[in-house]
Design a protein around this ligand. Structure first.
Ligand SMILES: Nc1nc2c(c(=O)[nH]1)N[C@H]1C(S)=C(S)[C@@H](COP(=O)(O)OP(=O)(O)OC[C@H]3O[C@@H](n4cnc5c(=O)[nH]c(N)nc54)[C@H](O)[C@@H]3O)O[C@H]1N2
Ligand SMILES: Nc1nc2c(c(=O)[nH]1)N[C@H]1C(S)=C(S)[C@@H](COP(=O)(O)OP(=O)(O)OC[C@H]3O[C@@H](n4cnc5c(=O)[nH]c(N)nc54)[C@H](O)[C@@H]3O)O[C@H]1N2
Ligand code: SF4
Ligand SMILES: [Mo]
Length: 778
């Protein structure tokens, strides 16, 4: 039986107060400044915050929400959580070799995520030798040499896997994938596999491009915006500014969420004086309190209502019918089959799947008829379910019906998480990159790229567990804590011959070492990056395909820290060059030294390999950068097999839960960035002082025989018969949909079975875990 590590049981005194109805505003600004000044001191705080998201400054490292056009930017173009992310990265605290000498790996492993993060920035390359209890310092060159030697000693390149988290710049990501493919493997798992993979898969197969279609201008001029499975007040705070603008121009907003999230109910914009003191804007006009996993039913129900209205001879506002027949005829395929499916789905099933009434859905159906510019936005509440891909395809169906794709103010908006997760994909961080990309990569660097698909995240864990992968490298991220089934993932990492982590901060992935383990500290976004040819800039791509420059300016935490790019270039030289410094036969023909010295050289290679980057260097001189082409949005072209957008017919499915059990979602608090815990509070939800909390509907508690304030174990039940257990959670009666519970990740990742993944995207189903509550042993 799997249990949570006892280290996490760090629950000073949980306090629960009524959830907030308003987000941000003055309390948000105060919290942000407190964090910033405590970590960075007043001078660094001011200097850092004023250059965040500004032309010539650095891109916020937190989420992937885009920046407004340069003329529309304010001097403080950041939010509370952006400020916390900067404070965490630009802290003045340092992890020095002494910390590793003082604390054994086991000792550090017993600390919680918050404690580890508080130790500060990593400064020195460290190694854990086979059998050692502690990490000790190693020189950069020796570290690269050890890694290269380990890689050369493998039976084949597919015994290695190279993870990427989504903060890595375009330039670093491009070189990293080149190095990995140069070695001969496509084992490039990334955080996207656990995040928006379902969106990429659904959009790729239906509209021919796995990215969202809308621009910031579209959001601000939409007539109706449906936000499903997303908590922007915490995770994409500046989205609220755009939503507020949209509302001022008459947009109606619908939230589809099992929880009444604060930012969606009322929002105070801290960037306007009015926002600081006023009552704020009510963002969502309608809240559909859907059951976890009920969204396929929601979108099928809405499609059914549009069909019904069409058959009744009604019209979408500004159109001559409900459906956009000209668009459907010209640009789509599969409409009839889809409509047959929708017709055949009974309302009783839709009501059961969603936990909503037909009447509630009818209200939103009317809103759809009142708008000819509709956007659907979504995030993890939709992507991390067994039927996530089908659900997102159902969103595409709904959007296509009224022609809401490729016209202003309308479209599809998967809101990305990590600040450059979309860019990393564009650069080739993908275990199954399309063949034309590999063709161009080969041509540019005169080598033979591997062609067979590699391992994604879940398959990497399986391969390590089974001894097929023996080398793991993480370019950022915290694989151990972000991945599902913590106990299995930990054993998998520990079974490797070598693990290597390129990191800014200490985390638990450093503390589940392979036989030999190496930590390579690196520069973050806000750090000045100076190379032989001078100060460098890197580029990133946001959720809306805008590519722009980012350059840090703060003095780095240690003088000899290397950038991610320098790390890849030096490691590649160690791998691909022989003792005489000559390139080994078959390796990519690349001048790694020139690329390390001058990042413009990397961008020239990117320009040759990745479509849409023509005139790269000049176009990032523009303050907001440039937008990559998006066929469906820009010109209504679809790179699918039929050159049309595809409707999909999916039988209605929803997760069912045996009696006495609940469906658990694992989500983020307001005080964390994924596995980085900034503090123990979740202000908007009224929870403070601890994270081991499970929110359950009061009626469910009554039925299950528990009360608010009980302490319970969460026991996950899965078809593999293994009982996974997370101990000691405080029960909080909370306004969530009936039958559903909510708790925070990463403490609950121990409950997510490795084999419970989404169909077609293999994303762990972190938002639907069947659990039972058990009274905790006292
Ligand atoms: N401050 C901060 N910002 C972040 C992050 C962070 O950790 N902290 N993480 C970044 C990353 S990598 C990502 S991917 C994004 C994540 O951004 P979100 O997707 O907003 O993150 P989650 O906390 O997982 O929230 C999921 C939301 O979906 C709802 N939900 C859960 N299940 C369902 C469902 O079945 N149906 C519906 N309709 N709703 C559901 C939850 O109630 C919650 O409101 O944020 C990014 N930004
Ligand atoms: N149960 C559950 N599990 C989930 C999720 C969920 O909702 N529920 N969400 C999933 C999602 S959406 C995601 S994206 C993943 C996130 O998975 P990851 O991206 O792997 O995790 P993070 O916590 O963002 O990684 C934090 C670490 O990144 C390192 N880091 C920070 N900045 C930099 C940098 O600039 N360079 C380098 N090299 N390192 C840096 C620091 O050392 C820090 O400790 O987690 C997934 N796991
Ligand atoms: S909305 Fe996201 S990108 Fe913008 S400042 Fe806030 S955390 Fe950073
Ligand atoms: Mo994510």
């Amino acid at each position: 039986m799997a249990t949570t590590p006892s280290d996490d049981i760090d629950q000073p005194a949980v306090k629960v107060s009524p959830p907030k109805r308003t987000s941000a505003g003055l309390p948000g600004v105060t919290t942000a400044m407190r964090h910033a000044v405590r970590e960075m001191g007043p001078v660094r705080s001011a200097s850092g915050l004023l250059r965040m998201n500004q032309p010539g400054g650095f891109d916020c490292m937190s989420c992937a929400w885009p920046d407004p056009n340069a003329p529309d930017r304010s001097h403080a173009e950041f939010c509370e959580n952006g400020a916390k992310a900067l404070a965490s990265e630009a802290t003045r605290k340092r992890v020095r070799p002494e910390l590793f000498a003082e604390h054994s790996i086991d000792d550090l492993a017993a600390r919680d995520d918050h404690w580890l993060n508080r130790q500060g920035r990593l400064t020195t390359p460290m190694i854990r030798e086979d059998g050692a209890s502690h990490y000790s310092p190693i020189s950069w060159e020796a570290a690269f040499e050890r890694i290269a030697r380990e890689l050369h000693g493998l039976d084949g390149p597919d015994q290695a896997a190279f993870y990427t988290s989504g903060r890595t710049s375009n330039e670093a990501a491009f070189l990293y994938q080149l190095m990995v493919r140069g070695l001969g493997t496509n084992n490039l798992p990334d955080c996207s596999n656990m995040c928006h993979e379902s969106s990429g898969e659904a959009l790729g197969t239906t509209i021919g491009i796995g990215k969202g279609s809308v621009t910031l201008h579209d959001v601000e001029t939409a007539g109706l915006i449906i936000i499903a499975g997303q908590n922007p007040g915490t995770n994409h705070p500046r989205m609220l500014t755009s939503l507020e603008k949209a509302k001022q121009q008459g947009a109606v907003i619908v939230a589809v969420n099992p929880l009444p999230e604060a930012g969606l109910t009322r929002y105070r914009n801290p960037q306007t004086v009015h926002g600081m003191v006023g009552r704020g804007t009510r963002i969502a006009d309608v809240h559909l309190q859907v059951r976890l996993g009920g969204d396929l039913g929601v979108f099928q129900g809405l499609g059914k209502l549009l069909l019904e209205a069409e058959e009744a001879g009604r019209r979408t506002i500004g159109m001559t019918s409900v459906l956009d027949h000209a668009f459907l005829e010209r640009h789509t395929a599969g409409l009839e089959e889809y409509l047959d499916g929708v017709r055949a789905t009974p309302w009783s099933d839709i009501e059961e799947a969603t936990g909503l009434t037909e009447t509630a859905l009818r209200e939103v159906g009317e809103l759809l008829l009142d708008s000819n510019r509709t956007i659907v936005a979504w995030a993890m509440g939709l992507t991390q379910h067994k039927h996530a891909v089908a659900t997102i395809k159902e969103i595409v169906n709904l959007v296509l019906l009224q022609g809401n794709l490729g016209k202003p103010g309308a479209g599809l908006l998967p809101v990305r998480g990590h600040s450059n997760v979309q860019g990393d994909r564009t650069m080739g961080i993908f275990e199954k990159m399309p063949q034309p990309f590999l063709d161009r990569l080969e041509a540019e660097f005169s080598f033979a790229s591997p062609r067979e698909a590699g391992h994604d995240t879940v398959n990497t864990i399986r391969a390590m567990r089974d001894g097929r992968v023996r080398f793991f490298m993480g370019m950022g991220g915290n694989f151990l804590k972000a991945a599902p089934d913590t106990a299995v993932t930990e054993a998998a990492l520990r079974s490797c011959a070598m693990t290597v982590q390129v990191s800014t901060k200490l985390n638990h992935s450093h503390l589940a070492p392979g036989r030999t383990a190496i930590i390579l500290p690196t520069l973050g976004r806000s750090d000045l990056d100076a190379q032989r040819t001078g100060r460098q800039r890197v580029t990133v791509e946001d959720s809306m395909s805008m590519v722009h420059a980012s350059s840090g300016h703060l003095p780095p935490p240690a003088p000899d820290l290397l950038s991610e790019i320098a790390i890849v270039c030096r490691l590649a030289r160690a791998i691909f060059h022989d003792e005489q410094g000559r390139a080994r036969p078959g390796s990519p023909q690349a001048d790694w030294q020139a690329m390390e010295d001058d990042y413009r050289v990397i961008r020239r290679h990117i320009e040759a390999v990745v479509p849409g980057f023509v005139d790269y260097e000049r176009r990032i001189d523009a303050p907001g950068g440039f937008r990559l082409p998006h066929g469906p949005h820009d010109v209504r072209t679809f790179e699918t097999t039929s050159t049309k957008a595809h409707f999909t017919r999916t039988p209605l499915w929803w997760p069912t839960v045996p009696p006495g059990r609940l469906l658990l979602q694992t989500m983020r608090s307001h005080d964390q960035y994924n596995t980085t815990v900034y503090g123990p509070d979740d202000r908007y939800r009224g929870i403070s002082g601890g994270r081991r909390v499970v929110m359950v509907n009061a009626a469910d508690l009554l039925e299950l025989g528990f009360t608010d304030g009980d302490v319970v174990d969460l026991v996950s039940e899965f078809t593999d018969g293994v009982e996974r257990r997370a101990e000691g959670f405080l029960v909080v009666a909370y306004d969530t949909a009936k039958g559903c519970a909510a708790s925070y990740f990463p403490e609950t990742n121990v409950l997510v079975p490795l084999d419970s993944t989404a169909d077609d995207s293999n994303t762990p189903t972190s938002k639907s875990i069947v659990i039972r509550l058990e009274r905790a042993a006292t």
